[in-house]
Design a protein around this ligand. Structure first.
Ligand code: OAD
Length: 272
């Protein structure tokens, strides 16, 4: 209820011409599970629990740059399933879009590479894709860009593409951030934004991968942090104004929307 009132108040301030863009949102794979995309760490349904067929030394190796250098095939065996385009945004994605439509979204930090936020209509300049995306691809050695169609073909054929510069011949991969790689400059350029937020909403992430996992702690002590997640994570709940909405995030956003008086609007936006 209190969060709903805050959302409403921020909306009103925006309408009155004050800067209303004060909500920062942080998301992970859990916001896309109801779209049919597995998350990483859920015990039986998560991607990491289902990689035995790839014979990896440890599950996260499939996204490890050092491992990829020696053995890129497991990633390309999986890439087809991860490639965006075949899934529909969830009502949680639409909720983020609604925050933008209401003029109160400061920034969305996402760890997801499924591009469903964009598809739900959140504009690109409001999104920080902290773990990159499939939008571009390049050589891991000389960084030369690789054509999109070539990548699509390689993924469909489960084949490892090589640098267009024959003299280099390095491995090519989509610009999703692997373990051992630097996050995009965009992440570091925006990472102080949580300090300006008046409300922080964290959804569908185990907050187990740094430096992303450190974002909620950057919010000021008086900024309420709301966690919509199956489980309690990342120390959210340790501050007096933290709010835990444990369970499915689709149900969670419906509760928040209802409390703000936006439920019908949200359902209509999602049904479009
Ligand atoms: P995880 O799989 O680690 O965490 C997903 C979280 O969402 C868990 O806490 C689940 O309990 C929760 N969850 C699942 N379904 C949910 C639902 N319907 N409603 C609410 N909560 C739900 O995924 P991330 O935190 O995104 O990085 O993982 C972070 C990074 O680790 C990923 O970006 C990826 C991975 O390795 C790279 O590949 C670089």
């Amino acid at each position: 209820e209190a969060v709903g009132r805050m959302l409403k108040a921020l909306e009103k301030r925006g309408e009155e011409g004050e800067r209303g863009e004060r909500v920062v949102v942080m998301t992970g794979a859990g916001i896309s599970t109801s779209a049919g995309i597995p998350d990483f760490r859920s015990p039986t349904t998560g991607l990491y629990a289902n990689l035995a067929r790839l014979n990896l030394p440890y599950a996260e190796a499939v996204f490890d740059i050092a491992y990829f250098r020696n053995n890129p095939l497991p990633f390309y065996t999986l890439a087809q399933e991860l490639y965006p385009g075949k899934y529909r945004p969830t009502i949680t994605h639409s909720f983020i879009r609604l925050l933008h439509d209401k003029g109160i979204l400061l920034k969305l930090f996402t760890q997801n590479i499924d591009c469903l936020e964009r598809e739900a209509g959140v504009p690109g300049d409001k999104i920080v894709e902290a773990h990159g995306s499939f939008a571009r691809q390049s050589c891991i050695e000389c960084k030369t860009a690789y054509p999109e169609q070539g990548m699509k073909d390689a993924i469909r054929e489960k084949r490892v593409p090589r640098c267009v510069d024959k003299a280099c011949n390095g491995l090519v991969k989509p610009e999703i951030v692997f373990f051992g790689e630097q996050l995009p400059a965009e992440f570091f350029a925006n990472r102080d934004l949580p300090t300006q937020a008046h409300l922080c909403i964290v959804m569908g992430t185990s907050l187990s991968v740094q430096p992303f996992a450190g974002l909620p702690a950057l919010c000021r002590e008086e900024t309420p942090r709301v966690l919509l997640n199956m489980e309690q994570v990342g120390g959210i709940g340790s501050r007096p104004d933290d709010v835990l909405v444990l369970g499915d995030c689709d149900a969670g956003v419906r509760k928040l929307a209802e409390a703000a008086g936006w439920l019908e609007e949200l359902e209509a936006l999602w049904a479009r």
